[in-house]
Design a protein around this ligand. Structure first.
Ligand code: SF4
Length: 753
C-alpha cells in the first residue's frame, strides 16, 4: 500500500492525508478525553490549531482547513470575481466549478444545452477562462450536477469540503463532511484563510433492520424530515450509524445526506463502510478505499460517543413516504396518503412526474425506476402523466444509455432532459398548465417550496423516491398506492406492479460519456480572463478603497429600517439573480425590500440635500456621486437569512461606511467586516429609538480598538447633539480588514500585491 494517494484522479499533488488527520485527532483526544462522534473526528482533524482551539459543541467557533472547495455556476461568479481582486496567482485550496444551474429545460437534453450555451455564453466564457487562470477545475455545461460530480470524482471518507450550494452535504454519502456556505467563505478558503464554523452539535440517527420492497433510502430522510421539521437540524450535523447502514448503497446514503439540507442541518454524514469501498472502486478510486480501510477505526464513531439528540429508525418497519406539498417536512406514509389528499383537497390528478436531480439520479435509482417502467410496458401501459428525467451526471447518462434504461424511459413516454438542475431550480419552461391553475406534480427532488419548480404558486409539489414517482406517473393519480392497489392493463385486466429492482452499481462499470472536464493548463500566466466591458451580467471588481485614517463625520442616515431586515430585504433574489456577477447592476436592488422607519414604506427615502424622496439605491448613488459617505440604522437581527455576500458588497459599493443596529445575524456581520464595512450595535438598544432618520452622525473611528466601544455623536436636525455608545466584535485581524478596505485587500497586501 503506497502511502501517497491522490484525492482525485483529476489533479496531481493533492493527497489524502489520513496520517496528519490522525495526528491532529490524537492532540484533540488528549485534550477532550472522551469518545468522539464521527462528525467530530472529521472536523477536529481539520483544525487550524488543534493544540489551542477551544472546542465546545454548539458554543465555540472552530477555525478549519477544508480539503476542497466546490462552486456551482450561479454562485461561482461573484466568488471568483472577489478572489481575483486579491491578486493571487492561483487558488490556495483545490477548487472546482460546475455548470449546472443555468440550463433551462424546454424540449430535451442536447437542444436545451445548446440554447443554454448561447444564452449564458459570457458567463461560461468568464468561468472557463478564470478557472484556467487560477488553477480551478472546470466542469462544462452538460457535465452534470455539482453534487453528483463531487460524489463520483472528489468526495472521500474523512474529508472536509465546503461548497457554495446548500446541497453540498450530498458528499456525506462517501463519509465526507461537506458543508454548504456562502461565496464569501469560499473566497476565504480559496485565498488560504482558515474557515470559521460554529462547532456543530451532533444528532445521531441509528438505523436498525433492513430495507426492502418499495422502501428506499429516500424514505429515511423523508421520515427524518418529518420528525425534525425544517428547522430541527439547525446548528447540528446529522450522523447516521447502526446496523441498518449495511443495507444502503453509497449513492443512497448520498441521497439521505443531500436532503438533510431540508432540515437545516450543517451537514449529514455516514461512517466509512464497505458500500463506500465498492463505490470508490467502481469510480476508479480503489486506492482511496484501501487507504481508508487502513484507517477505518478513525473513520467511524468511537464506542460510547454521545449525541446531543438520538433518533432511531427501524428499516424493517419503514414505509415509503411522500412529503409536501409546499414544504419538505410534511411527511405522509404511503398508506395514509390517499386520505391526506382527500382531506386536504390536494388536486388528485397527477400532471407531471420528475425523476433525477442531484438528490436521486444514481445508477441504482435509474435502474429501479426503469424496472417499474418496464413492468408497466409489459402490461401494455405507459406513463399517464408527463414524465421527465434529469440525469445527475454525464457518467450516469452515458451508462444508462449503454445499458438501456434511457431507452426504456423514452419508450415509456419520458423526456430525458439535460444533465443539469433544470426543473428543480425553476429552469423549466412548463407548458401543460396555466399559471394560477391548481395542479399536482411529484418528483424525486429534495425541495418543494411554493413556486420553486415552475413559478406557479398553485402547483402542489410533492417529493418522494424515484420509485413512487414512476408508479404514480403510471397511475396519473395521487390516490394510487403501488403496495396495495392494482392498475388496468391494455385489455382492462387488473395487475399489480412488481417491487422495483436494480443494481447499485453497473455490472460493466461506468461509461464516462462525453469529455466535459477542462483541466487548468500548466502555464496559466498568459491566460486572459474574459469579461466584456459592456456586459450587464459580469463586472470586474475593483478593490475597495482603504480607510482614510480619519474620524467619519457628518454622515447622513440613508435609511433607518424598521422590523425584519433579512438578506432578502437587503439584496433581493428572483430576477436579480441574473446580475450576481455584476456588482454595480445588482446594487440597484440594495435595501429595496427594507421598511423605512420614517414613513413605513419600502424603497422610499428622503435625500437630505434635496429634500426629495427617491428609491434607496438611487439616493445612495447620489450621495456617492457627491462624495458623501452614509450609514444605515437597523433593528434586531439585521441581515438574517441566506449567507449571500451581495448584501454586504452592495452597501460598500454604493458608499456606505457603517451599519448600526440593535443586533446582527452573525454571518452577515462577518460578511460586512470582510468587505471593509463597520457593523456596529447600540450598547443600549433603546438608543435605536432615539435616533431619527434625518439625524447626522459622527463616528470616532480613530479610537476604534478591540474590545472597546466606539463613540457616535448624534446631531439631530433640530436640537442638541448627544453621544451614544456603540459596540462591535472586531478582533485584531479583522480591524486590519477595515483599515485596508477589505479582507481581500489585506490578503493581497500579505501576498505583496
Ligand atoms: Fe440544487 Fe436542485 Fe441543482 Fe440539486 S438539482 S443542486 S437541489 S438546484
Amino acid at each position: 500500500l503506497s502511502k501517497k494517494v491522490e484525492m482525485t484522479n483529476w489533479e496531481k499533488g493533492h493527497y489524502v492525508n489520513y496520517k496528519k488527520m490522525s495526528e491532529n485527532l490524537s492532540i484533540v483526544r488528549s485534550r477532550l478525553n472522551r469518545p468522539l462522534t464521527y462528525a467530530e473526528k472529521v472536523l477536529y482533524s481539520h483544525l487550524d490549531d488543534p493544540h489551542n482551539q477551544e472546542i465546545e459543541r454548539g458554543v465555540s467557533y472552530l477555525k478549519l482547513r477544508p480539503d476542497r472547495v466546490a462552486c456551482q455556476d450561479a454562485t461561482a461568479q461573484m466568488a471568483i470575481l472577489q478572489f481575483m481582486s486579491a491578486g493571487m496567482p492561483s487558488v490556495a485550496t483545490p477548487t472546482t466549478v460546475h455548470c449546472d444551474h443555468l440550463i433551462e429545460a424546454q424540449i430535451g437534453g442536447d437542444k436545451d444545452l445548446d440554447r443554454a450555451k448561447s444564452i449564458n455564453k459570457e458567463v461560461y466564457d468568464f468561468l472557463s477562462t478564470s478557472c484556467a487562470k487560477y488553477n480551478i477545475g472546470f466542469w462544462r455545461p452538460g457535465s452534470g450536477i455539482i453534487h453528483q460530480i463531487i460524489l463520483e470524482n472528489y468526495a472521500f471518507p474523512g474529508g472536509l469540503m465546503i461548497g457554495t450550494d446548500s446541497h453540498t452535504p450530498n458528499a456525506g454519502g462517501l463519509g465526507m463532511a461537506a458543508i454548504g456556505v456562502g461565496g464569501a467563505d469560499a473566497v476565504d478558503v480559496m485565498a488560504n484563510l482558515p474557515w470559521e464554523l460554529k462547532a456543530p452539535k451532533v444528532i445521531g440517527v441509528k438505523l436498525t433492520g433492513r430495507m426492502s420492497g418499495w422502501t428506499t433510502p429516500k424514505d429515511i430522510i423523508l421520515k427524518v424530515a418529518g420528525i425534525l421539521t425544517v428547522k430541527g437540524g439547525t446548528g447540528a450535523i446529522v450522523e447516521y450509524h447502526g446496523p441498518g447502514v449495511e443495507s444502503l448503497s453509497c449513492t443512497g446514503m448520498g441521497t439521505i445526506c443531500n436532503m438533510g439540507a431540508e432540515i437545516g442541518a450543517t451537514t449529514s454524514m455516514f461512517p466509512f463502510n464497505d458500500r463506500m469501498y465498492d463505490y470508490l472502486e467502481s469510480t476508479k478510486r480503489k486506492r482511496i478505499g484501501d487507504l481508508a480501510r487502513a484507517y477505518a477505526a478513525e473513520l467511524r464513531e468511537d464506542e460510547g460517543a454521545e449525541y446531543d439528540q438520538l433518533i432511531e429508525i427501524n428499516l424493517d418497519e419503514l414505509e415509503p413516504h411522500i412529503n409536501g406539498p409546499f414544504t419538505p417536512d410534511l411527511a405522509t406514509p404511503i398508506s395514509k396518503f390517499k386520505d391526506a389528499v382527500k382531506e386536504n383537497k390536494w388536486p388528485e390528478e397527477l400532471k407531471v412526474g420528475l425523476i433525477g436531480s442531484c438528490t436521486n439520479s444514481s445508477y441504482e435509482d435509474m435502474s429501479r425506476a426503469a424496472s417499474i417502467a418496464t413492468d408497466a410496458m409489459d402490461h401494455g401501459v405507459k406513463a399517464k402523466a408527463l414524465f421527465c428525467v434529469t440525469p445527475g451526471s454525464e457518467q450516469v447518462r452515458a451508462t444508462i444509455e449503454r445499458d438501456g434504461q434511457l431507452k426504456t424511459f423514452e419508450d415509456f413516454g419520458g423526456i430525458v432532459l439535460a444533465n443539469a438542475c433544470g426543473p428543480c431550480i425553476g429552469q423549466w419552461d412548463r407548458k401543460d398548465v396555466k399559471k394560477g391553475e391548481p395542479n399536482s406534480i411529484i418528483s424525486s427532488y429534495n425541495r418543494n417550496f411554493t413556486g420553486r419548480n415552475d413559478a406557479n404558486p398553485a402547483t402542489h409539489s410533492f417529493v418522494t423516491s424515484p420509485d413512487l414517482t414512476v408508479a404514480m406517473t403510471i397511475a396519473g393519480s395521487l390516490f394510487f398506492n403501488p403496495l396495495t392497489d392494482t392498475l388496468k392493463d391494455k385489455d382492462g385486466n387488473e395487475f399489480k406492479l412488481k417491487e422495483p429492482t436494480g443494481d447499485a452499481l453497473p455490472k460493466n462499470g461506468f461509461d464516462l460519456g462525453r469529455d466535459t472536464y477542462q483541466a487548468p493548463p500548466e502555464e496559466r500566466s498568459q491566460v486572459d480572463v474574459k469579461v466584456s466591458p459592456t456586459s450587464d451580467r459580469l463586472q470586474i471588481l475593483e478593490p475597495f478603497e482603504a480607510w482614510d485614517g480619519k474620524d467619519q463625520v457628518d454622515l447622513p442616515i440613508l435609511i433607518k429600517t424598521k422590523g425584519k431586515t433579512t438578506t432578502d430585504h437587503i439584496s433581493m433574489a428572483g430576477p436579480w439573480l441574473k446580475y450576481r456577477g455584476h456588482l454595480d447592476n445588482i446594487s440597484n436592488n440594495m435595501l429595496i425590500g427594507a421598511i423605512n422607519a420614517a414613513n413605513g414604506e419600502a424603497n422610499k427615502v428622503k435625500n437630505f440635500k434635496t429634500g426629495k424622496e427617491d428609491a434607496v439605491p438611487a439616493t445612495a448613488r447620489q450621495y456617492k456621486k457627491d462624495g458623501i459617505k452614509w450609514v444605515v440604522v437597523g433593528d434586531w437581527n439585521y441581515g438574517e437569512g441566506s449567507s449571500r455576500e451581495h448584501a454586504a458588497l452592495e452597501p460598500r459599493h454604493l458608499g456606505g461606511i457603517a451599519i448600526i443596529t440593535r443586533s446582527f445575524a452573525r454571518i452577515h456581520e462577518t460578511n460586512l467586516k470582510k468587505q471593509g464595512m463597520l457593523p456596529l450595535t447600540f450598547s443600549n438598544p433603546e438608543d435605536y429609538d432615539k435616533v431619527n432618520p434625518d439625524d447626522k452622525v459622527d463616528l470616532l473611528v480613530t479610537k476604534l480598538e478591540v474590545g472597546k466601544p466606539l463613540t457616535m455623536v448624534v446631531h439631530p436636525k433640530d436640537g442638541e447633539k448627544w453621544e451614544c455608545e456603540l459596540s462591535h466584535t472586531f478582533n485584531e485581524g479583522q480591524l486590519e480588514w477595515f483599515k485596508n478596505g477589505s479582507a481581500l485587500n489585506t490578503m493581497a497586501k500579505k501576498h505583496g500585491h
